[in-house]
Design a protein around this ligand. Structure first.
Ligand code: IPE
Ligand code: IPE
Ligand code: MG
Length: 239
């Protein structure tokens, strides 16, 4: 069994944390119990990322589409989000983790938004890891938003050339590099509207492990697979 980290690590890992509901069903529990145990996975993966010295971790926690779930599930997810922020702040301070959000923050309650601001402000000077949580996030919406802001730049004369750089400046977190590695748990071979622009050359890894079971060893196994990937970026190797 692998115990050490592989030698070639990604700079930015993004994860689609899927399978909480299926995990709960397997255990004959309510879906919410899966979300609760999923928070333990979030903590373990965040701490491991920190220990490995990987500087960026982005977690897909709630999509724009997830608002269409049953009211009670959405309510519980909002409750758990608040609890998570409250509980994890000391750990973030301890480990030098900077908290960041991408997505439509305005979709959340005033009290959650205040909590987001509070955690972001308190962790703003932390330097070891940027932990980004995608909340009410939609990749298409992020692209449209960027296009709209870019159009305003053009109209106002701030931008003359529409290119990738000008577009990128209006992403939610323009300073964060594109993910090198995207992990999806629970076996689904799709992106579900996650980081559509940013994953152009990201290495994708799908595991059947359900998110509440995805812990340190599974993460190290995924990273070992990344270390073996041959990233060509459209080029050829031997010429
Ligand atoms: C991921 O688990 C968490 C969220 C999307 C909020 P799911 O709740 O999607 O779990 P499954 O896919 O139904 O098993
Ligand atoms: C993707 O999972 C969104 C998150 C992990 C937050 P979903 O469970 O919502 O995705 P689909 O419905 O299987 O595509
Ligand atoms: Mg799911």
């Amino acid at each position: 069994m692998r115990k050490t980290a592989p030698d070639r690590l990604p700079t930015h890992v993004a994860i689609i944390m899927d399978g909480n509901g299926r995990w709960a069903k397997q255990q004959k529990l309510r879906r919410v119990e899966g979300h609760k145990v999923g928070i333990d996975s979030v903590r373990e993966i965040t701490e491991t990322t920190c220990d490995l010295g990987i500087p960026y971790l982005t977690l897909y926690a709630f999509s724009k589409e997830n608002w269409s779930r049953p009211k009670e599930e959405v309510r519980m997810l909002m409750f758990l989000l608040g609890l998570y922020l409250e509980q994890e702040l000391p750990m973030m301070m301890d480990r030098g983790i900077r908290f960041n959000i991408i997505g439509e923050r305005g979709d959340f309650s005033k009290s959650l938004q205040a909590q987001f601001d509070d955690v972001m402000r308190k962790t703003a000077r932390n330097r070891n890891l940027v932990l980004t949580i995608a909340l009410s996030y939609s990749g298409r919406k992020e692209i449209i938003r960027s296009v709209r802001l870019l159009c305003e730049d053009v109209i106002n004369g701030r931008v003359r050339r529409i290119d990738e750089r000008a577009f990128r400046r209006h992403l939610y977190s323009p300073a964060i590099p594109d993910p090198d590695f995207l992990i999806r748990t629970s076996g689904e071979m799709r992106l579900s509207n996650f980081l559509l622009w940013q994953v152009a050359y990201t290495e994708i890894y799908v595991t059947d492990i359900l998110w509440p079971d995805f812990r340190k060893q599974a993460f190290l196994d995924a990273l070992a697979e990344f270390a073996k990937r041959d990233r060509r970026f459209g080029n050829v190797k031997d010429f």
